[in-house]
Design a protein around this ligand. Sequence first.
Ligand code: XMP
Length: 326
Amino acid sequence: MNNNVRPESMVRITTPALAEAFIQEQIQDIQYQVKDKKVLLALSGGVDSSVVAALLIKAIGKQLVCVHVNHGLMRKGESEQVIEVFQNQLNANLIYVDATDRFLNLLSGVSEPEKKRKIIGGEFIKVFDEEASKLEGISFLAQGTIYPDILESDGVKAHHNVGGLPEDIQFELVEPVKLLFKDEVRVVGKALGLPAEMVDRQPFPGPGLGVRCLGAITRDRLHALREADAILREEFANNGLAQKVWQYFIAVPDMKSVGVKNDKRYEGWPAIIRAVNTTDAMSATIEEIPYEILHKITARITAEVEGINRVLYDLTPKPIGTIEWE
Ligand code: XMP
């Protein structure tokens, strides 16, 4: 039997009880597979890798070694949350690597989107490999592969690519959620006690804010983007939009316009709000955000974020616009 095919008899996990049964079954399978060996996991803080980490911590505790690579393109507070949840609350074996300088130095002056993606993906694997080769006695590699990854590709996530690991290390894969759909992974994550904001996270590209800081990334513009995005997320949460809107974020282009602040000329970048609804990300419609909320967000971003002097709302559906702005 091909164990990459979801059996037709497998019940969709929709309730805490079904999630709990799945968790117990996986704990047994993981313990049987891993025995007393060590497992390595690239923990991005996204839904899939977080759920896999929580499952493995339950099954094998400190035999799991998580590596979180902060590429400097995370949203505000994300790496901190990974440390808080996994190291402080779940007592995981977590290696935190702040590789911000490495990534930003490599990206300096690079404006072409595909080139930026390649640099970020390549460097991610390099940093992860370096950490992996420092460790001894690792026998397994855990991955947050989910069923759509298997259906859509060869089942290997680009950023957790086994092919990128040193050739002399032979890892066997541990993929406990590979037959689950995203909604099921979220139900399991909740049953494992992960915080709702982690489990219900909106989609976030692997290259992170790198695809939203348009053109050649600079530290000051990246910082402005991150702060503006945090304000947008806070206001969406405060106004009941966070659960309603499928994906929302800020993009900051590499251009400035003249503004005026405190009676002085103030050149700044525009912050572009994108807030879309979709079911499959193939097409998307625009959320009709009440003007009152748009005014509040505009006032906060222009007052609180250094370097931003305008806020724009992108009304373009997909198609013709893609969801991201790269
Ligand atoms: P576009 O911009 O093509 O985006 O309309 C469609 C969806 O894909 C997300 N996206 C990514 N997701 N890794 C991901 O896991 C990536 O590299 C990536 N790039 C775009 C995007 O956020 C949107 O939800």
